[in-house]
Design a protein around this ligand. Structure first.
Ligand code: ZN
Length: 411
């Protein structure tokens, strides 16, 4: 077998295309293997619009990066014709080894996609020796192409949460299918609040879903999300996840601690001690810090106690008992915790809790676990790490889809 034929086989080239030349440029580092591909003389090509066989009108020399040949970079160059179709005029044909507009072969792109499923884009770009910007373009193309086929016709319950692509700014809101065990992410969009709910409704419709089929939506207590849900999913029951209740009070404790630190010295290790929960394993140092806080009558300790008492509500085993426990928890805190301006964050959290009591208790009747929403935090972390070095809202969203959306990336 001639070496050109062997290379043709490796490329998966079929008639009328064949390799007519190969040069190994050894003056470059790494070495470059250049393959020249040509179609048989007098070949007729398919019109890219109607598929009719047409005569070549003219040719253009085009080059694609292909998979490395051992350690050598490999490029394919071909004379690509434009055909003259009697119906569609002069059109550039599609070559079988690359998609339109790409400067890489399909095999190269397939290999790239396999890599970015396993490692950060920056690292993958180094392995295949292209810029991360170019690799991102490939990843974005395949992710958005696969996403088009996502079917949401059986969606009946979803959850949503927001996160920042970078610390403190550029928010992204993620929607998950509460009935999907793995890869639950079905939509991610820039921003937070009402507008994102509207965007999801549109997306749902485009993907065969129906907003009237949605029975339950789980979210946090953000007024803007809730207002959006009321407008766009009026028939769905909105419930609030316990995870967000804990988050609300944990943030309150942290704000009280920060404000109190400005006025007096708090024991070393206070921050982590009060963010922990007492049932998880506190270190001796953390336990001591809490003890000291208690003895000195710190407001931070009072705030922490309130957060810890929440646990009693969580242990309710029915909707009725959850409602009862929530009511008693709220009354107990108002009765026993004296007001002081420094405790304002705790009272604010309490007010939020009062406002959403029904929605929180409704979770006890829900058939959906909160595991997905809790799991979102580690997903966000993973997506941030994978997009490191070239992170903006778009790349962050692409990575969230790649890691956690139910899409098959097919070439
Ligand atoms: Zn045509």
């Amino acid at each position: 077998m001639h070496s050109n034929e062997i290379l043709s086989l490796g490329l998966g080239l079929q008639k009328p295309w064949k390799i007519i030349g190969q040069i190994l440029e050894t003056d470059k580092q790494p070495h470059v293997l250049r393959l020249t591909v040509k179609a048989d003389r007098d070949t007729e090509f398919l019109c890219p619009v109607c598929g009719r066989l047409c005569k070549a009108h003219d040719f253009k020399t085009m080059t694609w990066r292909h998979l490395n040949f051992f350690q050598h970079h490999c490029y394919i160059t071909a004379q690509v014709p434009r055909v003259r179709c009697s119906e569609h005029g002069v059109k550039r044909i599609k070559v079988p080894w690359a998609r339109k507009g790409s400067r890489f072969t399909l095999l190269f792109e397939q290999f790239s996609m396999a890599l970015v499923r396993e490692m950060p884009v920056l690292a993958a770009a180094k392995v295949i020796d292209i810029t991360d910007k170019r690799l991102w373009r490939i990843v974005q193309y395949y992710v958005s192409k696969s996403l088009v086929r996502l079917l949401l016709d059986d969606l009946t319950a979803f959850g949503l949460d927001e996160t920042a692509s970078k610390r403190g700014h550029n928010y992204v809101t993620v929607f998950i299918d509460l009935d999907r065990k793995d890869k639950p992410v079905i939509f991610a969009t820039p921003g937070k609040g009402k507008g994102t709910v509207r965007a999801f409704k549109r997306f749902l419709k485009e993907h065969g879903g129906n907003s009237e089929n949605i029975l339950e939506v789980v979210c946090d207590m953000s007024p803007s999300f809730l207002a959006g849900l009321k407008e766009d999913f009026p028939d769905a029951e909105t419930t609030v996840d316990w995870f967000h209740v804990v988050q609300l009070f944990t943030n309150a404790v942290d704000t009280v601690r920060r404000n109190e630190t400005k006025k007096r010295n708090l024991p070393k290790g206070t921050r982590w001690s009060v963010l922990q929960n007492a049932e998880s394993n506190l270190t001796t140092g953390q336990a001591k810090a809490l003890e000291k806080l208690n003895r000195m009558g710190a407001f931070t300790y009072t705030a922490w106690k309130v957060k810890e008492k929440l646990r009693w509500v969580r242990k309710a085993t029915s909707l009725r008992s959850a409602k009862w426990r929530l009511t008693h928890f709220i009354r107990h805190i108002y009765d026993t915790v004296g007001y002081d301006p420094i405790l304002e964050p705790v009272f604010n959290a309490l007010e939020t809790l009062v406002r959403h009591k029904g929605q929180i208790a409704a979770r006890w009747n829900s058939g959906h676990s909160n595991a997905h929403l809790e799991g979102l935090n580690s997903l966000f972390q993973a997506a941030r790490a994978r997009a490191r070095g070239y992170r903006n809202t778009t790349t962050f969203i692409t990575m969230i889809y790649l890691i956690a959306a139910p899409i098959d990336i097919l070439l």
